[in-house]
Design a protein around this ligand. Structure first.
Ligand SMILES: Cc1ncc(COP(=O)(O)O)c(C=O)c1O
Length: 358
């Protein structure tokens, strides 16, 4: 990293490659079974990765439609928000012919995995040949931290294969070891055609990647050209992140740490908690009262920890993968205190009024 900053921090991969970017591309490809038939694109954020993927799939295949999910957050740029179903991105235009499916939610009253696959089958029976790609978050994150039922991703992959549709996994939030696997899709032993990575990939520096088939990624020159993408400083950070994940065995550690976290949260037995769910260190705590999510986050912030809420009232816990057991226990206790205060009415509406929330 120091050498990258001193030597050529301003260099991009527009006109000449640099060693860290090539090394990072090779390292990412090596995480997949069919590396030779793939290419890597680098960007700066989850939004630009999904934006690039969303635009290139229709351009490269000549098929005009995309399938994606209600509640999905793929990014805040025109192309990525056009395929998103998250309410915060309702303002922009949606992709022409976008097919939006409900995300299967194991909770009562919601569509189960089989129901959603049936809905997809009905769409594909009419429009299968028009669909370029299906975008899915292996765990719906900002839409409510929902883990799909077993077999669902497999079902999607089978339908994509049957109709010649590219399967795109948005691994921006839950990828790179968070779920206990390097890639979250590994939970169902599927291999998507296209993978979008971001967030933790740069360890805090702006770095994202799209990995996909040669024919799609090499569609045209300069399809999604960004001057500083693939710069050596961010690429070095990406290499350091992948090294750390491997050296510190962070994927299996995330699985164990996640079990401790969820067990601790369940053991609170808190009346405000309706459900604790997740995979590894992607954890959702669904609260039983409307508005409790915002209040719990504000109270937790006062007590010294940052949490988010997603969906309606689901606390999202996506801590650093290096979190210690002691920090997990402290986090559980702190959430318990925050929830006690919310339940006892000690967090007034006025305490959350100053914060904009989705
Ligand atoms: C699944 C998913 N995809 C894409 C994005 C967009 O990433 P970024 O905020 O880095 O642009 C996010 C951000 O929360 C995300 O959770």
């Amino acid at each position: 990293m120091a050498r990258a900053l001193v030597d050529m921090a301003g260099a991009s991969i527009l006109s000449a490659v640099n060693e860290p970017a090539v090394a990072l591309a090779e390292r990412l490809l090596a995480t997949l079974p069919d590396a030779d038939s793939r290419r890597v694109w680098f960007g700066h954020s989850g939004s630009d990765a999904n934006d690039t993927a969303a635009r290139v799939v229709t351009a490269a295949t000549g098929r005009p439609r995309v399938v994606a999910f209600e509640g999905a957050y793929h990014g805040g740029l025109a192309g990525s928000s056009a395929i998103s179903g998250h309410p915060s991105l309702d303002h922009g235009a949606k992709a022409p012919g976008l097919i939006q499916l409900p995300y299967p939610d194991p909770r009562e009253g919601a569509e189960a995995g089989g129901d959603v696959l049936e809905i997809l089958d009905a769409h594909l029976a009419r429009h299968g040949r028009e669909v370029a790609a299906l975008f899915v978050e292996p765990i719906l994150s900002d839409g409510g931290l929902i883990v799909p039922p077993a077999g669902f991703l497999h079902g999607l992959a089978a339908r994509c294969r049957a109709h010649g549709i590219l399967l795109v996994c948005d691994e921006v939030k839950v990828g790179l070891a968070r779920t206990g696997h390097l890639h979250a899709f590994e939970a169902e032993e599927i291999v998507p055609d296209i993978i979008c990575l971001g967030k933790g990939l740069g360890g805090g520096l702006p770095l994202s990647a799209v990995i996909g088939p040669v024919a799609v990624m090499d569609h045209t020159t300069a399809f999604s050209l960004m001057t500083t993408a693939g710069n050596p400083a961010c690429a070095s950070a990406g290499l350091a992140v992948l090294d750390t994940i491997a050296r510190e065995r962070l994927a299996p550690r995330a699985a164990v740490a996640g079990e401790r976290f969820t067990a601790g949260l369940r053991a609170l037995g808190h009346p405000l908690v309706r459900d604790v769910r997740g995979r590894g260190l992607a954890i959702g705590v669904e609260l039983a009262e409307r508005g409790a999510g915002a209040k719990a986050c504000v109270r937790a912030l006062e007590l010294g920890a940052v949490f988010y809420f997603v969906g309606r009232d689901v606390l999202e816990l996506t801590p650093a993968l290096t979190i210690s057991d002691a920090e997990i226990d402290e986090g559980v206790a702190l959430i318990g205190r925050a929830l006690d205060d919310v339940a006892a009415g000690r967090v007034p509406d006025s305490a959350v009024a100053a914060y904009a929330a989705w």
